[in-house]
Every structure is written in structure tokens, then in C-alpha cells.
Design a binder for this molecule. Sequence first.
Ligand SMILES: C[S@@+](CC[C@H](N)C(=O)[O-])C[C@H]1O[C@@H](n2cnc3c(N)ncnc32)[C@H](O)[C@@H]1O
Length: 393
Amino acid sequence: MKTGIVERIVNGGWGLVRSTEGIVFLTGVIPGETVEFEIKEKARGILWGRLLKIISSHHSRVKAVCPYYEECGGCCFQHIEYTFQQTIKTSIFLDDLKRIAGLERRIDRYIVSPPFGYRIRARMKPASNNYIGFIKKSTNQVLQINNCLLFNERINRFLTAWNNQKSPPFFYQYDILFNPDNEKLYVHLSHPPSTKTEIILKAYSDVVFTWKGNEQAGISHIKIGNFKYLTSASLFFQNNFFMLENLLNLVKQYLCSHDTAIDLYSGVGFFLPLLCSHSKQTIGVENSSFAVKLASMSFPEASIYNMPVEKFDFPPADIILCDPPRSGLSNIVKKKIKDRNYKSIIYISCNSATFCRDLRFFLDHGYQIKDINLIDLFPQTSHFEIVSNIILT
Ligand SMILES: C[S@@+](CC[C@H](N)C(=O)[O-])C[C@H]1O[C@@H](n2cnc3c(N)ncnc32)[C@H](O)[C@@H]1O
């Protein structure tokens, strides 16, 4: 058993404590707290600990409201008052910015969200008894969840009903989307149901079920501000419904009147109508053919290429927006952007480490940061979204 002071929280939500054996990472702590802990595991030179006792607690410590909090791998900041989560997320980002991008700079804005009930999308997995839930902390087992405080209440009604069945059918993945516009719930299943399972699904008369091969049956319209999108539970859609207009407004401040705008990783076209309203020509690039089909139907004025961004022949443009997956931009994509000397890059990222790695590349090739904002799309977790404008000097 050891004691130590939590120095800070790093990317991934881990609290860093120095011990005689080296740096130990712990969950469930807040910077400044004195804690008692044990070392659980040493893996590739990193020490992972387990919190035993809080000796002196931080004033922002609160009792987590979710009964699953101790076990569930979904949230890691519920023991921290929401306003203080902002301080911690900002410091995680500034730490990555300094360590990875070599840049010391303040952020320009931090936009907060309602702290609970914000999620309209969820990916669930089956537990051993087929009841659905989330991966348990530090395991690959699934914990049955009947109610998640981050979800819109309509998703929770479905979870409770599904998990109340005596013996639910097995699917290895459930992609759930609540559409606040038509108030319908869409559940995309990992494979087609058997005839027997189809009878079970029919009992959920207010849920639209789809599976591989019949995705078309689950297409729906969703309205954000003045823009109307087509989407489906099987595709990526921004998860925090309360923050979507804010996200568009952050991007809007970087736009003026352009000839050509490019939207890399355009998905179902979340940013396309905004780019179209400021540009004579808007080009999207996305590798999911279904997403491209829906985006082309929603925004016929945009030209959308269905291909990996790596294979795209980058044309000249005034502005390029990139919203890549967590892995960030590949070296090929970064080089293609740099070779075209785009004057303005709008980089949107949900991963601070890969964002800072990519930012370093652009700083090394004549770019500088004009604006960086954090927008909290993921309260109670250690994640946040970065919205930035990087310009050629
Ligand atoms: C973070 S999502 C952003 C989608 C969209 N911008 C939005 O806000 O809804 C990333 C998108 O990139 C797509 N994608 C992932 N890797 C890709 C690649 N190598 N080339 C093209 N698209 C890719 C995914 O299918 C997904 O739609």
C-alpha cells in the first residue's frame, strides 16, 4: 500500500501519481488529492494502480449518480463536478499540445454541454447472457446496462425493455440511434434475425430494426438548425444532440465567401450544407458508400467522392475541412494537404493526441494555429472535441 498526491489527469482520464517505483496511473481521482493506492500491474514500463482510499479530497469531488459507475467502462469523470471537468479537459489538451505538438498556447473557447441525457447514438454489446451493455472497466467482458444517464431517455426505455426479456436473442452488436425529429428509435443489428427472432422484434412496434443488407429501411431525416440530413443507425452521426448547432457555429466563424471547399471524411454530410452555403463548389470525400449515397441525396449541390481519402486526387481549394476518425490523418493525407498549400485548414478531432501529432506536421510546414476551441461533446468521460483553424503563413 502506498500514498501519494495526484499531480494531474492525462489523456485517457488517468490520474498521475509519483511513487518510489515510478509514475503510477490511477482512475477515480482528482488533481491535488492525497490518495492511498496499490500497484496492480506493470506493463511495458508503465505502472497501473488501484485507488484504495481518498485521504484528502478535492472540493469538486461529488458522489457519482450512476449505479454502474464503479464497474462500467463508459464514464470516468462522474466523481468530478461538471464545471471542474472543464478545467481537467483543458489541462489534458494543453498538456498534449505542449508534449506532442511542442506548442504553448491557450485555447480560445471552451463550450459546455448539458451534463447528462445528451447522447442520441450508442453502440452496445451482448453480455454472456445476451443482455446488452457496455464493456466493463479494464476487461473485455460486457456489463449489462438497463439505463445509461448519458442517453436520451428513449434509448433507455428500449434498453430496459430489451433487458427485461427472459431470454433475449443474440446479436454481437447493436447500433442505436434516436432521432429527436420524428422521435423514433432505430436499432441496427449485426446480422439478419432468424424467423423466430423476427417475431420477438415485432413486439417492439415503435422501434425500426435494420441489419446488414436492409439498411435502406432505417433511413430518416434529422434536422439541425436550418439543415436537414438523411442518416441511419448504421452510420456515424455526431452523438451529442444538444451541441450540434454549436459545432456548426464554431466552424462557421472560419468561413467567408469561397470558390472551392473540400470536406474530407464527410460522412452523411454534417458539415456539407454549411460549406455549400459559403462556396461556389463543395467537394466531399468519404469511404462509406451508404454515407455518400445519403449525403448526395441530402446535398445534391455538393460533389461527393466515394473513396478512401488516401486515394483522392486533391484539387486546388480555398479551404479544406478534415474530421478524421480517432486515428487522425495518415502521412499520405498530410503530405497531400501540404503539397497543395491550402490557405486554411479546419481540423476537427475527437483525439487530442493524434490532433497534436498532425498539428506538429503542419507547424513544421509553414502553418500556424489561428484558433482552437474545445467543445464538450462527451460530458462525464475524458473525451472532448477539438475545433481548430490552421492557416498558412
Ligand atoms: C469522425 S467521422 C466524421 C463524419 C462527418 N464529418 C460528420 O461530422 O458526421 C469520420 C468519417 O470518416 C470516414 N472514414 C474513415 N476512414 C476514412 C478514409 N480513410 N477515407 C475516407 N473516409 C474515411 C468514416 O466512414 C466516417 O464517416
